[in-house]
Design a binder for this molecule. Structure first.
Ligand SMILES: *Cc1c(COP(=O)(O)O)cnc(C)c1O
Length: 404
């Protein structure tokens, strides 16, 4: 085993060696600009890009022409939202999203609220699911966009995407989903699920960082977006800039691997994840699952260890690379807004750890992680006066704390 053991695959994934191998010639021999029309270098680069585009399309049930390359899902999310707002401004400026979206969605919505848009943040239940009926109820004749993530990056909850898609179609509202965490883990089908716009990122699916895509529906209905980056008219005029050919080639290979490996890989990861959950809760009392017991990504396990500070857990388990809350917000001491939204109290939110399994996680690593987690949580509990009081039946809520 190599240490630390990487269990943070929601934050990023390693590049699969098969992906890297396909990329290398595009840095050296085939370095052409895909927009060069006059020579072999350009043609080879363009051909490689189109093969990758077709692979990515195939993974989500789209056609190649519906895929636009971006620098990552943050840009895809921005382009989807800003592009719709600008293009459909005659119709209205109302957006519907959820309270537990990624910051790439929430911060874009916050920005737009300061610039005249109205945003409805649909709540989630205690498992992190939105109700499709709540989405329906929020729609007005000014609604131009519904953006609901496919699966959450902290708690792994999978949303009722097909139901929301059906409602969006009935009401004639464009439907975007941030599917970064779901791609390669669960079946995603833009046709069957009524998705009009979909964001993906290569580095969350064993491809390189800095490359992503946005699926943009071309038929029934044809969705139009106002470009956000001007210059050159690449990507059907919707995203200018010289294409990152090696990264795109790698992204394509990652998509092919995701499609072929997914059925077996998701089963394997779910079994390991379930083992981890089972063994930890068997050995440690008062451990709570955050997320949905069934509608959940196969590689996600988010647990709260009552009376054990998450940061102390992480410090005590240096052999494990895990995350407390979301990687993006764990620099601050604010509890995760996702956990808050599902009703986890501030105390318990501070005790949560996210385990994210991945393609290269072995059973041996999971077994080690289980032992380490059990040992650390047990040790920290023994040191915790709060835990001791709770064991003695003292109601902690009744205590008057001094020193504020
Ligand atoms: C990682 C992530 C993003 C951002 O993707 P980048 O390619 O890193 O910009 C957006 N949404 C979700 C759900 C993510 O997990």
């Amino acid at each position: 085993m190599r240490f630390p053991i990487y269990l943070d695959n929601h934050a990023t994934t390693p590049v699969d060696p098969r992906v890297l191998e396909t990329m290398i010639p595009y840095f050296t021999d085939h370095f052409g600009n895909a927009a060069s029309r006059n020579h072999l270098f350009g043609w080879q680069a363009e051909e490689a890009v189109e093969i990758a585009r077709a692979e990515i399309a195939k993974l989500i049930g789209a056609t190649a022409k519906e895929i636009i390359f971006t620098s990552g899902a943050t840009e895809s999310d921005n382009l989807a939202i800003m592009g719709v707002v600008e293009m459909y401004k005659e119709k209205g400026s109302h957006i519907i999203t959820s309270t537990i979206e990624h910051k790439a969605i929430l911060d874009t919505c916050k920005y737009l609220e300061q610039h005249g848009c109205k945003v409805t943040y649909v709540p989630v239940d205690k498992t992190g699911r939105v109700s499709a009926e709540d989405v329906r109820a929020a729609i007005t004749d000014k609604t131009i966009l519904i953006s609901i993530m496919f699966a959450n990056n902290e708690i792994g909850t999978i949303q009722p995407i097909a139901e929301v898609g059906k409602i969006a179609k009935e009401k004639g509202v464009v439907f975007h989903t941030d599917a970064v965490q779901a791609i390669g883990k669960v079946q995603v089908d833009v046709e069957g699920m009524g998705i009009d716009l979909l964001s993906l990122s290569a580095h969350k699916m064993y491809g390189p960082k800095g490359i992503g895509a946005l699926y943009i529906r071309r038929k029934a209905p044809r969705v139009r977006l106002a470009e956000q980056i001007h210059g050159g008219g690449h990507e059907r005029g919707m995203r200018s800039g010289t294409l990152n050919v090696p990264a795109i080639v790698g992204f394509g290979k990652a998509a092919e691997l995701a499609r072929t490996l997914m059925p077996e890989e998701s089963k394997r990861l779910a079994a390991l994840r379930d083992k981890m959950h089972r063994e930890i809760t068997k050995a440690v009392p008062e451990v709570y699952l955050n997320g949905h017991p069934a509608y959940r990504l196969p590689n996600n396990l988010n647990l709260s260890f009552a009376y054990v500070e998450g940061e102390s857990m992480i410090m005590g388990m240096k052999e494990l690379a895990v995350s407390s809350g979301s990687a993006c917000t764990s620099a601050s001491l604010e509890p995760s807004y996702v956990l808050k939204a599902i009703g986890v109290g501030e105390d318990l939110a501070h005790t949560s750890i996210r385990f994210g399994l991945g393609r290269f996680t072995t059973e041996e690593e999971v077994d080690f992680a289980i032992r380490k987690v059990v040992e650390t949580a047990t040790r920290l509990r023994e040191l915790s006066p709060l835990w001791e009081m709770a064991q003695e039946g003292i109601d902690l809520k009744s205590i008057q704390w001094s020193a504020h």
